[in-house]
Design a protein around this ligand. Sequence first.
Ligand code: SAH
Ligand code: SF4
Ligand code: F3S
Length: 475
Amino acid sequence: MRDEYIIKPKFTDESTAEEMSYADRVAADLASSGLSGEKAPKFYIQTFGCQQNVADSEKLAGMCCTMGYERAEKPEDADLILVNTCAVREHAEKKALSIIGQYKHIKDSKPETIIGVGGCMVTQKARADKLKNSYPYVSFTFDTGAIQSVPRLVYSALKKGKRSFVMSENWEINEGMPSLPSQSHIAWLSIMYGCNNFCSYCIVPYVRGRERSRSAEAVIEEAKQLIERGAKDITLLGQNVNSYDGGMDIAELMHKICALDGDFRLRFMTSHPKDASDRLFEAIAEEEKIVKHLHLPIQSGSDRILKLMNRKYTRDAYLEKIEKLKSLVPDISLTSDIIVGFPGETEEDFEDTLDIMKKVRYDMVFPFIYSPRTGTPAAKMDGQIPREISAERMKRLLELETEISNERNERFLGRTMRILIEGESKNDSTKLTGKGDTVRPVHFPKPENHEKLIGTFANVRIKDVSTFSFEAEII
Ligand code: SAH
Ligand code: SF4
Ligand code: F3S
């Protein structure tokens, strides 16, 4: 792996520097084995969950490279396998456990393989214990506060064959981990970590700790580096980016990043409705570089359910904010997360959710069937909804979603759109795919010299819109 791809942060905490010294020790050890070229030691990272995990995995990849590993195409080829898990719904945990189960055969055929598991699932002690006791081929687990300890854990496994199960609950910020972005033109930039909101259904505050913001200086410096390496689409990440407080608020931070030289666009995720401020809306309206899209999860349209969810806003307060934003940015694309079948949700509550979808007219919603999470208040609430009822409500919600999305998509027909070309279309190798200011991918026939176009902006004319994507021609 060529060093130049790794982003090396300018700010480093002392404790992180100490942990990173183990990366050099692993590198020295691997180098002494003299394996190189085809035989060079390799790493593979399997990531589940949200963009926060994607960003964390880029840091893990940066550390793997610093330790002297090269990226493997598939887990079978790797000497070090890391699994970055999610715990937000039962399904996410099941998927992670199933993949970890499949890796046993790799360890059986190549016993020197090191397998480590991190992320939100193993930040719950019961899950880490399960891996410790029932998955003897897992070398180590590390909670979300201990990512920076991975070089030390690898060193321990490599040199001493030692198994470690770290539950650090270290909710400090650890500046100074190297990072290896998985794509050069699309960048994920964490600006804060953790969550203080304790929505009654959600495991995130328990597995990500309390809110803490990186300093604006560190964020702006990293944005600068990303832009210099060719980033064209930067998303600022946090569980609740509106409560960012790194010496300035998110609006000012975005104004500062937009002022950096370069042709790029800026997104941010996720915003909590109670903290979405006028200053944020004004920034979206004023800054050309900020994408005209807001993901503002409503979760439910019923005031009664919102209260049980501990969301701290009412449907009217939410609608008021949407109206304000629409008055400033009439063409804004809005998206939302919605939970179906929260404990106690009646048919009437559910209809309130359908009603608010009709009022807001989202470009897209991400609906989830409620999944009880051990340790959260909602898991113990009365009135857990049978699966059949949730599934039936989900079906109706999706029908309405399709109807509204189709109508929203129509407005782009015939329009010229500036898109960032991301690569070849997954379903049609004669086409390229890109994304504009909306949430839908745009496909268009590959022009000559198309390799050179990937990672660049282009103007296209939208010729056809379907529910999930747009067809276009390049201008
Ligand atoms: N911090 C973000 C995202 C949190 S997780 C936010 O506040 O919006 C992403 C989404 O998963 C949530 O918005 C919610 O819709 C969904 N989710 C969280 N916990 C869930 C649960 N127990 N069951 C079903 N969906 C859940
Ligand atoms: Fe979970 Fe609520 Fe925090 Fe989002 S704001 S991460 S839904 S507790
Ligand atoms: Fe999952 Fe953790 Fe993100 S629980 S959704 S990976 S913060």
